[in-house]
Design a protein around this ligand. Structure first.
Ligand code: TGC
Ligand code: FAD
Length: 387
């Protein structure tokens, strides 16, 4: 029997019935609702807000959180498959889901009070409240411990000052999870749209993640009630704990982008006749295609094992760093090479590789650059902190 070209090791056979059903449902959504419009959204630098409601209906927002908060209660592998299938459409869609789920709903669930959970999570699962996550600052995102944004206690409130940069969903969001220095260490605050002194400004002229909203956030003496402070975490481990959740999903996403590029390049190289034979009949094209399949297969197995470790409560941040580094590198290299295999046709958004390649420039940078993840693995091996 012929092997599946995008799953040479039959990784799907390692999924249970529920996981396969999740993958199929999101794959259908991507094929029917995302792929027909996404090239144009990218051209127009427009995030398709019209899809938010459908993503919520499918249970894709906060998918791993419990049903009592209106969420789907899925396992980590299912969440990974959601990210993979969304990013097969576009990294912007996966970014939206990652930020809403792992960076906004997760900290409210993990660090928030019961009152905060009940207030925000059901609305966020339904897509009626959109979140963004403010950690990075203009002077250096890799070193968030050096943040300048600070909050000062004033009676029952806090007064927040500072700014955040490169914030996904910033101008879409109804609430921002903002990390700020206090006299008692770094703490997280739920800052609501409309609080006086809080503003968001969209970042224009992006050549990457064009179908996603990215913003700068400004806090000018913003008064935030203590009821909006996340009470159950202090220190950098708060935001870094959220990043571990989001980075886990990001290990899966680029697999989808790489599969989309392999799919396009396979189809194109079979049809394209040069020197009296299809490009796919040349040894150099086959070696490239085979090499992409090898790298995709390795990434699939890496993320699946990571997901199994996560579901068993055994996943370590260093393992996430290794997979985020490997899978982003795998996907960006494949996307760039697939663009080349399409020749001149590869430079327009008629075909997906250039869009994926450009998007992956952000994906390999955000949630910790490639260098940051290499140094995390190096620190694990040597016991020496090289940051
Ligand atoms: P370090 O001393 O290593 O750790 C401080 C405390 O945090 C704990 N910790 C973690 N906890 C959970 N998960 C992790 N991954 C953790 N890493 C560290 C650690 O145990 C310690 O706890 P405690 O109790 O001892 O205080 O901190 P460091 O200052 O040396 O930082 C190390 C470094 C460079 C790895 C860290 O700063 C880092 O990861 N930098 C990169 C920043 C980053 O990734 N920013 C991403 C911003 S959000 C984003 O990009 C969203 S894009 C989303 C989208 O659109 O999809
Ligand atoms: P810098 O930290 O200034 O890094 C510059 C260069 O220095 C990089 O090549 C880096 O690898 C290298 N470097 C860093 N440390 C070392 C070292 N020790 N040794 C050698 N080299 C080093 N942030 C949020 O908080 N929320 C979001 O929603 C969000 N969304 C984003 C969306 C997009 C589209 C993008 C592009 C970014 C987003 N970010 C977000 C920010 C992202 O996390 C940062 O861009 C990233 O962490 C890197 O920070 P920086 O851009 O300031 O680069």
């Amino acid at each position: 029997m012929a092997l599946h070209p995008y799953d040479l090791y039959d990784v799907r056979s390692l999924l249970d019935e529920d996981e396969r059903a999740v993958q199929d449902a999101v794959a259908r959504f991507t094929d029917e609702r995302v792929l027909p419009i996404i090239g144009e959204c990218f051209d127009q630098a427009r995030f398709p807000t019209e899809l938010i409601h459908e993503m919520a209906e499918l249970g894709l927002l906060g998918a791993t959180l419990p049903a009592e908060y209106g969420c789907a209660g899925l396992n980590a592998v299912s969440y990974g498959l959601i990210c993979q299938e969304l990013e097969r459409g576009d990294s912007g869609l996966r970014s939206f889901a990652s930020v809403q789920s792992s960076l906004c709903m997760y900290p409210i669930f993990a660090y928030g009070s019961e009152e905060q959970r009940r207030r925000w999570l059901p609305e966020m699962a339904a897509g009626r409240v959109i979140g963004c996550f403010g950690l990075t600052e203009p002077h250096g995102g890799s070193d968030p411990g050096n943040m300048k944004t600070h909050a000062r206690r004033d009676g029952d409130d806090w007064i927040l000052n500072g700014s955040k940069m490169w914030i996904t969903n910033g101008n879409l969001a109804d609430i921002a999870i903002v990390w700020a220095k206090t006299d008692d260490g770094i703490q997280g605050f739920v800052v609501e749209k409309g609080f006086a002194g809080f503003s968001a400004q969209e970042i224009k002229h992006k050549m990457s993640l064009r179908a996603s909203v990215t913003s700068a956030l400004y806090f000018d003496d913003v008064r935030v009630p203590d009821a909006n402070r996340l009470p159950n975490v202090k220190g950098l481990k708060g935001p870094l704990g959220c990043l571990t959740q989001a980075r886990y999903g990001i290990t899966w996403g680029p697999i989808g982008a790489a599969i989309a590029c392999l799919d396009e390049a396979l189809g194109y190289s079979r049809e394209r006749i040069l020197f009296d034979r299809p490009v796919a009949a040349t040894q150099s094209a086959q070696i490239r295609l085979a090499d992409w399949a090898r790298r995709i297969t390795a990434a699939q197995l890496l993320s699946l094992q990571l997901g199994r470790l996560k579901d068993a409560g055994k996943m370590q941040p260093t393992q996430v760093s290794l997979a985020k580094w490997n899978n982003c590198r795998m996907a960006i290299d494949i996307a760039r090479e697939a663009r080349d295999l399409l020749g001149g046709a590869g430079i327009t958004t008629e075909h997906s590789p250039i869009r994926h390649a450009l998007n992956l420039e952000s994906v390999i940078t955000y949630e910790g650059t490639e260098t940051v993840h290499q140094l995390v693995v190096g620190r694990e091996l040597t016991g020496i902190n090289a940051f």
